[in-house]
Design a binder for this molecule. Structure first.
Ligand SMILES: Cc1cc2nc3c(=O)[nH]c(=O)nc-3n(C[C@H](O)[C@H](O)[C@H](O)COP(=O)(O)O)c2cc1C
Length: 177
């Protein structure tokens, strides 16, 4: 049976560059079932212990958690907001962690970040590199993707070094499945 790979952009922007990058990385993979997650499809309130106690888990949280259960691997690209996770990603992440502490199910992960700036979201990437392993991520490789608008055009990585690096990481990720 084909393995399920979930691609996730850590953002709810309609034109999320991280969603584009995660999906693009997934598109290089052969003989796997790619499931592109759009966090907008999973509605959930802002997390608080009180909302959790009063309302329990919304359908969006339950559905997202269920689809995480089907994953054999994750390709995640994180948006950087003020040096950290976007609020939308962190909210979904916190909700799921209440159902399943090992959010990433001890599965392989290719971890990316993209931004229009020169650091390519390196700060949020470093936060995730430090913390995701405690939440069940087996991080196979990671890469910040800088200057997105210059380096990614018409659905392709146009910077040869970044393209080579991304392809190399996708291959390593593929091997780890
Ligand atoms: C509130 C806010 C804070 C941001 N902070 C950063 C930042 O710390 N570092 C950075 O490189 N870009 C920052 N940006 C720019 C984002 O990287 C840019 O909006 C990017 O497109 C976000 O990813 P997305 O398109 O996947 O949502 C910020 C954008 C917003 C709206």
């Amino acid at each position: 049976m084909k393995k399920n790979i979930l691609t996730i952009g850590g953002s709810t922007s309609n034109n999320s560059i991280n969603k584009k990058l995660a999906e693009h990385a997934g598109s290089f993979m052969k003989n796997v079932n790619i499931i592109n997650i759009d966090l907008n499809d999973y509605k959930m309130p802002l997390f608080s212990v009180d909302v959790e106690a009063e309302q329990g888990y919304s359908k969006g949280v339950v559905d997202l958690n269920e689809i995480f259960d089907t994953a054999d691997g994750f390709i995640v690209s994180l948006a950087e907001h003020n040096g950290a996770y976007s609020a939308a990603f962190k909210n979904a992440y916190d909700w799921i962690s209440r159902i399943k502490g090992k959010v990433w199910r001890n599965k392989p992960m290719l971890l990316l970040s993209a931004s229009p700036g020169v650091r390519g979201g390196k700060s949020v990437l470093n936060i995730a590199l430090g913390k995701f392993p405690y939440m069940g991520a087996n991080i196979i490789g990671s890469m910040p993707f800088p200057l997105f608008d210059e380096n990614f055009k018409d659905g392709e990585v146009v910077n040869p070094e970044l393209k080579e690096e991304l392809l190399k990481l996708v291959k390593e990720f593929e091997k780890s499945l």
